[in-house]
Write a protein that binds this ligand. Sequence first.
Ligand code: BG6
Length: 484
Amino acid sequence: EINEPCDLVIFGAKGDLAKRKLLPALYKLEKSKKIHENTRIIGAGRANWSIQEYRKIVENEIKTFLNEEIEDYIWKKLSTRLYFCNIDVFEKLHFLRLKKILQQKKNIMIYYCAVPPNTLNAIFKGLGDSNLNSLPARIVLEKPLGVCLKTSQKINNQISKYFLESQIFRIDHYLGKESILNLLALRFANSFVFNNWNNQTIDHIQITVSEEVGIEGRWNYFDGMGQMRDMVQNHLLQILTIITMDQPNSITSENIRHKKLNILRALNPININNINIKTVRGQYSSGVIKGNKVPAYLEEHGANKNSQTETFVAVEANINNKKWCGVPFYLRTGKRLACKYSEIVIVFKKIPINLFQNSNLKLLENKLIIRLEPNANIKLNFFNKIPGLDQEYKLDNSQLEYNCFHKKSIDAYERLLLESMRGIQSLFVCRDEVEEAWKWIDPIINAWKQKDSSILQLYMSGTWGPEDSNLLLSRNNHVWHKYN
Ligand code: BG6
């Protein structure tokens, strides 16, 4: 076990992320005995809680947000690790309070910034000015890192004054998901996949991340972002790079990041010249999801009725390198769609000569369907002769259920917290990746703002998005693989 004793400081201890994700994940890590004996967890924030009060608050939060019964002896163990530091990050001297707690032990410091972006710089500076930033201290950042290239560079420049890149752990929680990690094994350890992963064999690839939820009371956050910045800039581009990157020399952060960067740099630009044929954007109107009536985006709590923010995006991305040129990558993601699922569909090229022209099946199209969530599985469809005297054929699936291993699946935050305690960066995003992603996203968002660009289309909640999302594919004689 490479896990060393840490002092994990959670800035934003009172916030949503800490409650919903971080504390339940820490409980689970405690349960799997992954946290070092001497590790401490220090909530930090403006509240004036005593340690006892904080422990009680966390207990209640874990009881609310953990999706299993809390076990007494595990909670007791976790609870003795918990401390609280009253700190207003805009008050320089308050950092000395934190320093005092940290100096009691010589543990590795990990600062988890679960705070709004406008407090980040004060934290970087406060830690730096109080000498709490030297190696081996680490700092964990949540998305969004800026809203465009410029603002993201600003944050990256601010943090780099106090922390080295090797100390910075930028979270994209999709990288902690079990089924996303399995993509590396699928691609680089199976010869039939490895040898057929290029534009000679693959016709096109579809990536869908469909959400059922709306904006969950986050109007102020979401309306300034939109689905493009909230989901495509990070999660969908991460999936795209993992599915297309060349084989890294080894599974280390440096090698993987380098290969992913090559893909981001090879993305063909989308701008005002091709915006109308390469993108579709939509906003949900009211509708019914699983029998429940849901309001339109513009009727959400706190809504500005003139908002042009997109809650759905479909994009055709193209990668300009030898391996992938000519292969369209269709990415789509939206809120309030018919159901929550994410999937990658690899559609293989048809065989040039079809010997079965006269059979009942006209379309010989093999697909590899990788369901990421829920119930991760991998399906490959085959053309088979149906037993019998007639010449009848059927495309059938062979299917690997990912839960066939009978192992409990690890929550993304559980894994990422553990990796940050271990100091391993491969599941985190580096500065260059974030900035390269913005370089591709910015011109799209700018083009949308221009007058002659594609208009925002309304789609009814509970559907698969605006009609034009189908047009995006039918232009190339493709269709979205149906959810089933
Ligand atoms: C977050 C976005 O990063 O990912 C949310 O800010 C989104 O808007 C969420 O709903 C989706 O995550 P998951 O793990 O539920 O697919």
